[in-house]
Design a protein around this ligand. Structure first.
Ligand code: 5AD
Ligand code: SF4
Length: 511
């Protein structure tokens, strides 16, 4: 049997990156080999993000670039948030796509892949792949998932219609039917947003050998008014602490020293462990992961202020391996805007959480996400966001212009703030934050930090390290003339900070 190859491109957040690691592992397990270019691949997968901007348009543009490859018999699949959001529209606009699956269906990926292969092998006798036109198309195969989305008609003649052969799924089950065009084989995994299942696989192909992600909770039940995630990733479902800890131990055995616990909202983690005596809160799970022998650093993202408990700060105080960094997205400094965004906390409650962190035994670096130009945001609201920057003293801010997203409550609000004004607010915010960071980063000069070595920048003759505060610390190792004692990627070394920039630190290895 000839070897099956796949190419996977990933966009978006860490959740998507980690989903892709699990998808890759699953494909390898199914006998596929990963290749580095679309040209080399039989199966081309595109893991998409729809959190902001016109993400779906970008996906359709990319798919239209791929169209030419269909003539070479390649199979295309769209995964992730745009797949879930656009659903059958993807088949309408890109009929050469064969697989559309949202993340809540990934647990069924092996079955979906096998269905795809079976359908293709049934078709191998016919050479429809050379045609990307849907005109006069033969009946198309409809598989699991599709039927639950849309009614399936029995009238095969409709499928021969040139009016609109795709999008209205007049289809037949593939078994026992004559071959159908490869371009019209459709596997969908879109009906699982209500699933209770997590995408757990033993076959995660992690890209970094030292630092790895573990998903602890999938989906989101918060429904912030601007956010597409609850619609694309489905409802909240947590893994058992036993399974998370088993994965952490397995990673430690494989030599990983840093673990990042992932979820859209890790703070609403609810252990589904059967034995109630063993059930852990998020803070307890965090501490337990930090106590796994061999694990030196544990991070977690993302937190929601409403669910962020003081016990997390207590855990950081108690367990030295928990990193001195919390990412706590605020979105706005104005209580009025937080209310409009349905964030479920006000400015004072947010600041209370900041105060817990500032009272911690170790200095915790705090980072956040902000949205500017949400409908109705006045100059006074924006001024409150700026004053929050000063009050908190963030170590990094990820700021975005509001963009209306399909299905979200805020899409009904008029997006009245012009793009130029959103851009202006973004610039003002980032300029203010830059000043704050210059001051904050300068404070590290003269101090000694332990870094995990991430690699080397040959052009600058510097090593790249990361501190527990999640800061990049580039350093030289002048005293180490012997290349055998050079720092190695994944090792932890002490570095004294000699200089600072708004986004990184500079240092010298301590020998
Ligand atoms: N517009 C702009 N920014 C958004 N984010 C999420 N949805 C939107 C949107 N519709 C930002 C939030 C979130 C981060 C991951 O992306 O700041 O925390
Ligand atoms: Fe989106 Fe809000 Fe859920 Fe975060 S907490 S993923 S912003 S709905």
């Amino acid at each position: 049997m000839s070897e099956k190859t796949f190419y996977l491109e990933t966009f978006g957040c860490q959740m998507n990156v980690h989903d892709s690691e699990k998808v890759v592992g699953t494909l390898l397990q199914e006998g596929y080999r990963q290749v580095e270019t679309v040209e080399q691949a039989d199966l081309v997968l595109y893991n998409t993000c729809s959190i902001r901007d016109k993400a779906e348009q970008k996906v359709f543009n990319r798919l239209s670039d791929y169209k030419k490859y269909k003539k070479q018999g390649k199979t295309f699949g769209v995964l992730g948030c745009v797949a879930q959001q656009e659903g059958e529209k993807i088949f309408e606009r890109a009929p050469y796509v064969s697989l559309v699956a949202g993340s809540a269906s990934y647990h069924k990926l092996p079955q979906m892949l096998r269905q795809l292969e079976e359908a293709q092998s049934r078709n191998s006798v016919s050479d429809f792949a050379s045609s990307t036109s849907t005109e006069g198309a033969p009946p198309f195969a409809v598989f699991e998932g599709w039927e639950s989305m849309l009614p399936v008609a029995n009238d095969l003649s409709a499928a021969k219609s040139t009016e609109k052969p795709v999008g209205k799924p007049t289809g037949v089950k593939s078994s026992g039917q004559k071959p159908v065009a490869d371009s019209l084989i459709r596997i969908t995994g879109l009906d699982d947003r209500e699933t209770d299942k997590c995408f757990e696989t033993e076959f995660t192909a992690r890209t970094n050998p030292h630092r790895g992600y573990i998903t602890i909770i999938e989906g989101c039940d918060k429904f912030c008014s601007y956010c597409v995630v609850p619609y694309t990733r489905g409802k909240e479902r947590s893994r058992t602490s036993a399974s998370v800890l088993a994965e952490a131990r397995q990673m430690a055995d494989l030599g990983y020293t840093e673990i990042q616990l992932l979820g859209q909202n890790v703070n609403s983690y609810k252990d589904s462990e059967g034995n109630s005596r063993l059930r852990k809160s998020f803070a307890e799970l965090l501490a337990a992961v930090g106590e796994v022998p061999g694990i030196r650093r544990v991070r977690f993202t993302t937190s929601h202020p409403r669910d962020f408990g003081r016990d997390i700060v207590d855990a950081i105080d108690a367990v030295p391996t928990l990193c001195d960094h919390v990412h706590l997205p605020v979105q706005s400094g104005s209580t009025r805007m937080l209310d409009a965004m349905q964030r479920l906390y006000d400015r004072d409650q947010y600041l209370e959480r900041i105060a817990w962190m500032k009272a911690a035994k170790r200095e915790i670096s705090i980072t956040t996400d902000m949205i500017v130009g949400f409908p109705g945001e006045t100059e006074a609201d924006f001024a409150e966001t700026l004053s929050l920057l000063d009050e908190v003293g963030y170590d990094a801010v990820f700021a975005f212009k509001y963009s209306p997203r399909p299905n979200t409550p805020s899409i009904k609000l008029e997006d009245a703030i012009p793009d130029e004004e959103k851009a202006r607010r973004l610039d003002v915010l980032m300029a203010r934050q830059r000043e704050i960071q210059i001051i904050r980063y300068k404070k590290y000069i003269g101090s000694k930090c332990e870094v995990m070595v991430e690699g080397r920048n040959e052009a600058r003759a510097q090593w790249i390290g990361r501190t527990t505060h999640n800061k990049t610390l580039n350093f030289t190792a002048s005293a180490t003339a012997n290349p055998n004692t050079n720092p190695k990627a994944g090792s932890y070394v002490p570095v004294v900070v000699t200089g600072s920039f708004p986004n990184s630190l500079l240092g010298e290895l301590v020998v």
